[in-house]
Design a binder for this molecule. Structure first.
Ligand SMILES: CCCCC/C=C/C(=O)SCCNC(=O)CCNC(=O)[C@H](O)C(C)(C)COP(=O)(O)OP(=O)(O)OC[C@H]1O[C@@H](n2cnc3c(N)ncnc32)[C@H](O)[C@@H]1OP(=O)(O)O
Length: 346
């Protein structure tokens, strides 16, 4: 596919007017509709969605769409290989041929999945004029906006110092997943009010499920692992604008960001021992090596993170295991109870 992409780039350079954003995949997508069976409706819906695409999804995606369409409707590549100078048709042929003997059914499904992964940009391009500030609704604990290529995720529980409760963990994950697919270039996290975030909402430890504190600790460990995993896997440059004090997990996570801007009101506090807890957010790994140069380019990030992803997930899993035990310790329980009964503050 990389070769096909290169060929495509070359083709565009040598005959730019020959390939419009919509002319390549969409024209092809109108062909052979009668050949489709089982999930024809989904497939057709997806083809219609592609037609609504106002923004260029990129050459690599267009080649994939073309190849999957051909595979889904005609089966394995059955055309003679174009000549080496027929760059456009060769790129298309390469993409189709690369699918080998992928069954039609699977190709159809992959096509539908691919189009659905483009949906956020489809929605945004159909609903919002470029350059306008888009505010995402459906968040209780965040304000998420998108403007000028920047998606901003703002913690929005200022009265609670932006403490991260269970709902907020889930909403941050949801917002990150959406940001990873929208048409923004970078994603910014910041806090509303005087705090960036006071870290984990300590009331998260209070709603004990029927399985008791062990089950609670386990649930929290599962949530934490998934939450931190979203930061490990986040594909775009991720910037923190630390507008005020940051505590606990809101600090430890910063090691997974690509750049951290701190206002003159920002402070950083990781009260592990005070709370009888242990490191999380991969900080046991990232903090010791945090002095390395920060990189903000997406491509660089991809290369750098690829090397570290496995290690980071292993560190994340290990930290969650240890924390699960810490949350059952007397030290941790006492610290949380003290805070909640207002005897002790940081
Ligand atoms: C499930 C995954 C777990 C992942 C592991 C994560 C670990 C961590 O993040 S550890 C860090 C936990 N955070 C803390 O220990 C901070 C606790 N908060 C404080 O010490 C203080 O609130 C403060 C220093 C952040 C601010 O003090 P102050 O300016 O005096 O303001 P208040 O204490 O009156 O706070 C206002 C309001 O907000 C509530 N609140 C603040 N932080 C938290 C919090 N982390 N959890 C729960 N609630 C918090 C505070 O209780 C006040 O509420 P009201 O009394 O209802 O007004």
């Amino acid at each position: 596919m990389a070769m096909a992409y290169l060929a495509w780039r070359l083709a565009r350079r040598s005959c730019p007017s020959s390939l419009q954003v919509t002319s390549f995949p969409v024209v092809q997508l109108h062909m052979n509709r009668t050949a489709m069976r089982a999930s024809q409706k989904d497939f057709e819906n997806s083809m219609n969605q592609v037609k609504l695409l106002k923004k260029d999804p990129g050459n690599e995606v267009k080649l994939k769409l073309y190849a999957l369409y051909k595979q889904a409707t005609e089966g394995p590549c059955n055309m003679p290989k174009p000549g080496v100078f027929d760059l456009i048709n060769k790129a298309k042929w390469d993409a189709w041929n690369a699918l080998g003997s992928l069954p039609k059914e699977a190709a159809r499904q992959n096509y539908v999945d691919l189009v659905s992964s483009l949906s956020p940009s489809l929605e945004s391009s159909s609903q919002v004029e470029p350059g306008t500030d888009r505010k995402s609704t459906g968040f209780e604990t965040l304000v998420v906006t998108s403007e000028d290529g920047i998606t901003k995720i703002m913690f929005n529980r200022p009265k609670k110092k932006n403490a991260i409760n269970t709902e907020m963990y889930h909403e941050i994950m949801r917002a990150l997943k959406a940001a990873s697919k929208d048409d923004s270039i970078i994603t910014v996290l910041t806090g509303n009010g005087d705090y960036y975030s006071s870290g984990n909402d300590l009331t998260n430890f209070t709603d004990i499920p029927p399985g008791g504190v062990e089950e609670k600790a386990k649930n929290n460990a599962v949530l934490l692992r998934e939450f931190v995993g979203c930061f490990i896997d986040f594909p775009k440059p991720l910037i923190a604008v630390v507008n005020g004090p940051a505590v606990g997990i809101s600090v430890t996570l910063l090691g997974l960001f690509d750049a951290v801007y701190a206002s003159d009101r920002a402070t950083f506090h990781t009260p592990f021992s005070h709370l009888g807890q242990s490191p999380e957010g991969c900080s046991s790994y990232t903090f010791p090596k945090i002095m390395s140069p920060a990189k903000a380019l997406r491509i660089s990030k991809e290369v750098i993170r690829k090397r570290e992803r496995e290690k980071l997930h292993a560190v994340n899993a290990e930290e969650c295991n240890v924390l699960q035990g810490r949350w059952l310790s007397d030290e941790c329980t006492n610290a949380v109870v003290n805070f909640l009964s207002r005897k002790s503050k940081l």
